[in-house]
Write a protein that binds this ligand. Structure first.
Ligand code: MF3
Ligand code: CO
Length: 259
């Protein structure tokens, strides 16, 4: 069921989303060659707790028998890791890496959710084709956002994202998608990053959506590592991810996870 948020709920969403944005800012400031993904996770978790929120991903159940809950507040995915990378003291970032940080914060009964992909050592340190992958991924979110208005359908958003990615020669990850968000981290509707215009539910003011393109450089195929969580590209090529929680309004959509 797709929920329409009340004025009060929207205010609460703003607060949780702002905390997500603050945690992402803290990561952006701290990220550099030599830092471990465990340290980055700690920095973000500290910001979230200091704001009286909880990192929603921490202890999130896998839903798979034998796979423990996600152990950290931030999913940190390096290079060929697409999503759900587990922070580790043994994963030390190096110049030229790309790293996505996906995190949620829960406060006053509602969640915010956003993802950024970072260039380690600055954008000039990253191979130009990989830089282009990250830029296209970010821009694909904004291409979808243009259609995130009342009267349009989810398929219009999905189509705009997918077309943009494929027209630039990259591959949409199809097994995972964006989602409604609010009292639950994952609510209806699902928001695929590809699709047909005119399909799916109609957008209405008061809907909160987490739109999150996941894009691979060399193939659309993915695999799951033995930890049961980490999703990697099947060919070992790099992947990028970008996400914001947005609010559908009568006019332009509002991005809630930016400061
Ligand atoms: N934040 C992710 C999303 O965008 C979910 C992460 S899965 C978790 O939907 F297990 F880590 F929570
Ligand atoms: Co999400």
């Amino acid at each position: 069921m797709v929920t329409i948020k009340s004025k009060k709920e929207i205010e609460l969403m703003r607060e949780s989303c702002k905390i997500v944005a603050m945690a992402q800012e803290a990561i952006k400031k701290a990220i550099r060659p030599g830092i471990s993904t465990w340290e980055l996770n700690k920095i973000a978790e500290d910001v979230i707790y200091a704001q009286g929120a909880i990192p929603s991903c921490k202890n999130y159940p896998s839903g798979i028998k034998g796979v423990p809950p996600f152990p950290a507040g931030v999913c940190i995915s390096v290079n060929d890791e697409v999503i759900h990378g587990i922070p580790s003291k043994h994963v030390i970032l190096r110049e030229g890496d790309i790293v996505s940080t996906d995190l949620c914060a829960y406060k006053n009964g509602v969640h915010g959710d956003a993802t950024r992909t970072h260039f380690i050592g600055g954008e000039k340190a990253v191979d130009p084709e990989i830089k282009r992958l990250v830029d296209v991924t970010t821009q694909s979110f904004y291409e979808g956002l243009k259609f995130a208005k009342p009267g349009n359908r989810i398929g219009d958003v999905s189509h705009a994202i997918g077309e943009y990615i494929e027209s630039h020669g990259f591959y949409v990850v199809k097994e995972f998608q964006g989602h409604g968000i609010g009292h639950e981290m994952h609510e209806d509707p699902g928001i695929p990053n590809y699709g047909k215009p005119g399909k799916g539910i109609r957008l209405e003011p008061g809907m909160c959506l987490a739109i999150e393109p996941m894009v691979n450089l060399g193939t659309e195929e993915i695999e799951v590592l033995d930890d049961g969580w980490t999703i990697v590209t099947a060919d070992g090529s790099p992947a990028a991810h970008y996400e914001n929680t947005i609010l559908i309004t009568e006019k332009e959509p509002e991005i809630l996870t930016i400061l």
